[in-house]
Ligand binder design. Structure first.
Ligand SMILES: CC(C)(COP(=O)(O)OP(=O)(O)OC[C@H]1O[C@@H](n2cnc3c(N)ncnc32)[C@H](O)[C@@H]1OP(=O)(O)O)[C@@H](O)C(=O)NCCC(=O)NCCS
Length: 239
């Protein structure tokens, strides 16, 4: 049996220089190495590498198949599957309004065969920090099927979601109870007061302050984390 010698033996994933789809002779290291590549956004070449290895390893289902899709490219059946995944991960505490909040942008999805097993949505929102407004990539519904958790799939979708935010927006934001999970991707806890704008009225949202995180880069790189942050009102949770 072939013994993997380590990441230096494995093909490199350009441009992120992480080992990915490693060791075509050994399914074991193939699976673990694929999970090391957390910065990759180009899923088309990854898919090509996957299919080139398919016949050799016989363990394709161990290699995360990551897709980045726009909503309009998702069939109704596929959206139902994603909704089921979210209901499972959030233990049926995922409201219809939460689902609506995932629509209108991109979805990062890990497939196991035809079935989605991990998901993150990136949707456009307009946020204000102090007097400045930012086209923001707002991350929603980061979730992994309960039976597939703690295998790195959540990190995988979040890595791609972070790349999407950087590529298409001026700032990133999200609301979470798991700050540490997101810090590894460069997200920072917001330290100032949060508000929601409802017409002309600014309403303070103090319960949200501790869970808000932002991704600063480009035009938002210099924003003050202790300033006020404002989102527009929407049905369900504002943040
Ligand atoms: C949060 C959530 C998406 C994480 O998904 P996941 O696929 O389990 O994420 P990962 O496997 O990448 O990481 C989870 C933990 O497993 C660990 N882990 C990853 N691979 C591992 C492995 N092979 N062996 C052991 N631990 C591993 C990670 O280090 C991480 O630990 P940490 O949380 O202490 O940092 C998932 O728990 C979930 O769906 N929760 C319900 C919905 C939810 O709360 N979403 C977030 C709302 S903001």
């Amino acid at each position: 049996m072939h013994t993997p010698r380590g990441p230096r033996d494995w093909p490199l994933c350009s441009p992120c220089i992480s080992a990915v789809l490693a060791c075509p002779r050994c399914g074991g290291c193939l699976a673990s190495a694929a999970l090391r590549c957390l910065a990759r956004a180009d899923t088309s070449s990854a898919a090509a590498e996957v299919s080139s290895l398919k016949g050799k390893s016989g363990t394709l289902n161990l290699v995360p198949d990551v897709r980045v899709v726009r909503d309009e490219a998702c069939s109704a059946v596929f959206l139902v599957q994603i909704r089921r995944l979210l209901d499972d991960a959030y233990a049926d505490d995922f409201a219809e309004e939460d689902w609506q909040h995932t629509a209108g942008g991109w979805r990062v999805i890990v497939l196991d065969g035809q079935s989605p097993v991990a998901h993150a949505a990136v949707v456009p929102r307009l946020l204000h920090v102090s007097e400045r407004q930012f086209q923001t990539g707002y991350v929603e519904a980061v979730a992994t099927l309960t039976s597939k958790q703690t295998q790195g799939l959540g990190a995988l979708v979040m890595s791609h979601a972070t790349s999407l935010v950087r590529a298409h927006f001026e700032m990133g934001a999200l609301s979470t109870g798991r700050l540490d999970f997101y810090k590894r991707f460069g997200w920072e806890p917001w330290q100032g007061p949060s508000f929601v704008r409802d017409g002309a009225e600014l309403i303070r949202t103090p319960d949200e302050d501790d869970g808000l995180m932002v991704l600063r880069f480009g035009p938002s790189a210099d924003i003050d984390l202790t300033a006020s942050i404002v989102c527009e009102q929407r049905s369900g949770d504002a943040w």
